[in-house]
Design a protein around this ligand. Sequence first.
Ligand code: AMP
Ligand code: ZN
Length: 465
Amino acid sequence: MALRLTNTMTRKQEELKPIDDNRVRMYTCGPTVHDFAHIGNYRTYMFEDLLRRFLKYKGYEVIQVMNLTDVDDKTIRKSREQGITLDEYTEKYKKAFFEDIDMLRIERAEHYPAATEHVSEMVEMIKTLVKKGLAYEVEGNYYFSISKFNDYGKLSHIDLEGLKPGARVAADEYEKESISDFALWKAWDENDGDVYWETDLGKGRPGWHLECSVMSMKYLGETFDIHTGGVDNIFPHHENEIAQSEGATGKPFANLWLHSEHLIVDGRKMAKSLNNFYTLREVMEKGFSAVAVRYALLSTHYRQQLNFTFERIAAAANALERYIDFYNNLSDYKGGQSSGKAEKYIEKMLTGFETSLDDDLNISAALAEVFDFIRDINRLKAENKLSDDERIRALDALKKVDTVLDFLPRDDEGIDAEIEALIQKRAEAKKQRNFTEADKIRDDLLQKGIILEDTPSGTKWKRKI
Ligand code: AMP
Ligand code: ZN
């Protein structure tokens, strides 16, 4: 089955037809490393992780590029306030970003180009745009002339009627109401301190929109398959990327444009500027695991707004627990008589999972298939109507969908061995009727998020979700 996705450009579902048959090239706008990212940002990266993993599930090779914006109005202002270099300032937040995505199990992209490492290519692109009459200079600043690019507005479907000739905007972010020529290059001024590049265009720095045009085409070619971001990127950022790229090459830029809706709080976008945000670290300090946050961010369709509450994370943790318990209990099950039904349940789940995600990444339907399967197999198991062979096939099916979902615990051999040793020590203590010591071991482990369960076949442990 083919994957169909909603293209913001045409506002229709379209079939993905990769330019190189089996390889999908995609660009995903990345973070501005001026602060810790909040979980709203991670909602967008989580949607891209689902897309990427599902493409791989379907057998595609994926080449994903995500930029790191390490120079812009905000990073410059904040590094100057702290009296440190731009590099020193952004390094801390780059590191935090990678730690967060690893904890959230957002798979790493193939390339993470940084804006500051691509300034010479950006200068070349501006020169091309000037040569083509699409860009002009005013007092050392370079602007893109949107009235010269006929297709301006085709992604965001904005009306250019009210456009004032000659209106210009230098800020990186602005509203639809202030649609105007935008800055490709900003001449140095004293607010920039020691952040500047000496180039053929003079002393200055690039505008934000330009970096994504330059770095996407450098790593993915002039035309590639998929471009994604959050809905707030549609205008002006992606509209401007199209103008710059197609203006420079005369070729289509990206074939499919996908945008994820926001994570919202009390009806408003989670945003630094509204001070209604949580970082991943803050949510984890409330006792939730990063995987529970992963579940919560992943489980709502990408084109629907997702309302953030701690109850939602708690509900995600519960669902996750059912999923993981199913896997663990099935792993321990000894196997009974076959009723001949398991195969049907496995087939239904695998087919349903894929067809749901083929339908514009309908994750809720895909998860419903998985939980139906868990219920059905659990029933067979409870009735002892699952053979050992069927048990293994059911486990394999769950592992297969888990290459997309990535909810199952990861073995950490070092830590696992440590826990096993403590369980052993506790058993010894109990034998010697030293219950104080035994309880202390149990409590210490609980503090570390490890729950012990005494069963007839010995002590089992699991991680708190
Ligand atoms: P920024 O660092 O502000 O450039 O944002 C990085 C990415 O996060 C962009 O793709 C934004 O669209 C996305 N983003 C920002 N806020 C939210 C939110 N509340 N919900 C979902 N995505 C968001
Ligand atoms: Zn971008």
